[in-house]
Write a protein that binds this ligand. Structure first.
Ligand code: GLY
Length: 414
């Protein structure tokens, strides 16, 4: 509802003041990066010590930050590295290091799969931009930690240790979520850095197993697949963060598009490229994708044939489904990369530019000094938990900045 009023007010204001929208209009990567600098400078000043990491805002609009106990701590340093990559100013390198270095101890984390997000967005970018050997060693140890969660029997990396379905009927001892595709970049990096193929073999095996089990014939994705740890047999396909077991959670689909595009980058295997294209086509051709290109939080939320999982008893299904700008940002960045692997592509490139421009418009981009100093508005974190609905999210900002960078590079190459 809040979003409906926001959008209506913006349309109304645009009719009265067609030119003056916000400081980032018209669309220009220089203006948008400078806006990001303004926001994050304030964010950094508000958090003088890097012991909790910016994630979102609460219902009162106050900053919510996390200690080193979540999956999102790598994104704020990742955003700062992206800004440094763009402006090459030492002050931004120092700020990025301030937020990267405290994550060092996470290299030994083996209790869940998110070490890829945590370490590759932070230390991965740090190593890419500084070539400091110590960061490479931390990344290699992080990859080793992730490999402890791989099993030859299932052929994939376990995401969570144990998870119970909403109705308590399904006890999942080997749950793998589509998001896990994103962790593979860390493993491919480790193989290239060490010359040890083992990391890449695990990554590719995980990608093959996921390709076999995580998608429906129309290339929509399941969020969660549970395996029998002994036989590798699939025991359950469903959701945790989506609307229903048979629905397509938008961010899950986005992780899939990004994940398989990235796996193609390292393997050059055609079937992964084809899968990335098919997953992207499901998204772009979807009749439930709003005209502005930013999806609802789930492609099937509230529709006939999709029965909300039992979470809806606790948190009723909203009358107007919220959007998820984070899913849009991830897909946008992925489509720029996907396009770069295809000769004479216009479809994926134009779709990426369209999403980027929509996200950069006043409907989704914050005014300077607002939005808890995050960049994007209107993201959905975990609606079934009633958590982080229609808010900024740090990972939305990360993939938005990456997409902006990819767009800028694509223009420079033309
Ligand atoms: N892996 C967490 C998320 O996408 O919400």
């Amino acid at each position: 509802m809040r979003q409906f009023f926001t959008i209506s007010s913006i349309i109304f204001l645009q009719l009265i003041f067609p030119v003056k929208c916000n400081s980032t209009n018209p669309f220009s990567t220089a203006n948008l990066f400078s806006f990001a600098e303004t926001q994050y400078k304030s964010q950094n000043e508000l958090l003088p010590i890097a012991d909790t990491y910016p994630r979102t805002v609460n219902i009162k609009g106050e900053l919510v930050s996390t200690k080193l106990d979540n999956w999102t701590e790598g994104f704020f340093p990742g955003c700062l590295w992206c800004i440094y990559d763009n402006n090459k100013q030492d002050a931004w390198k120092e700020m990025a290091l301030k937020w990267t270095l405290p994550l060092e101890k996470l290299q030994f984390l083996t209790s869940h799969h998110d070490i890829g997000f945590l370490m590759y967005c932070s230390y991965g970018n740090a190593y890419r931009l500084t070539k400091e050997e110590k960061y490479k060693d931390i990344l290699i140890q992080s990859a080793k930690s992730l490999c402890t969660r791989f099993s030859e029997k299932t052929g994939c990396i376990k995401s969570w240790n144990y998870y119970q379905s909403w109705d308590g009927k399904n006890k999942l001892y080997y749950p793998v979520i589509i998001d896990n595709m994103m962790n593979l970049e860390l493993l491919y990096f480790a193989s290239e850095a060490t010359g040890d193929k083992h990391f890449a073999e695990i990554a590719t095996k995980h990608a093959e197993t996921t390709a076999k089990n995580h998608f429906r014939p129309d290339y929509s994705s399941y969020h969660v697949v549970n395996y029998d740890p002994e036989t590798g047999q699939v025991l359950f396909r469903g959701t945790s963060q989506g609307f229903a077991d048979n629905s397509t959670w938008s961010r899950g689909q986005a992780w899939g598009i990004y994940g398989y595009t990235m796996v193609y980058r390292f393997t050059k295997r055609k079937e992964f490229l084809e899968l990335a294209k098919n997953l992207a086509d499901y998204w772009l051709n979807n009749k439930n994708l709003p005209a502005d290109g930013i999806p609802y939080w789930d492609f099937n939320a509230g529709q006939k044939g999709f029965v909300a999982a039992p979470w809806a008893v606790k948190h009723p299904v909203p009358a107007i489904q919220p959007r998820d700008a984070s899913a849009a940002a991830i897909t946008c960045s992925a489509l720029f990369e996907l396009s770069s692997y295809l000769k004479n592509d216009k479809k994926y490139y134009n779709a990426a530019v369209k999403i980027l421009k929509t996200l950069s418009s006043p409907a989704y981009l914050a005014e300077p000094g607002t939005n808890g100093n995050f960049l994007l508005k209107h993201c959905t974190g975990n609606l079934p938990l009633g958590s982080e609905v229609d808010v900024p999210l740090i990972y939305a900002d990360y993939y938005y900045l990456e997409a902006l960078h990819r767009y800028k590079n694509s223009k420079a190459q033309k």
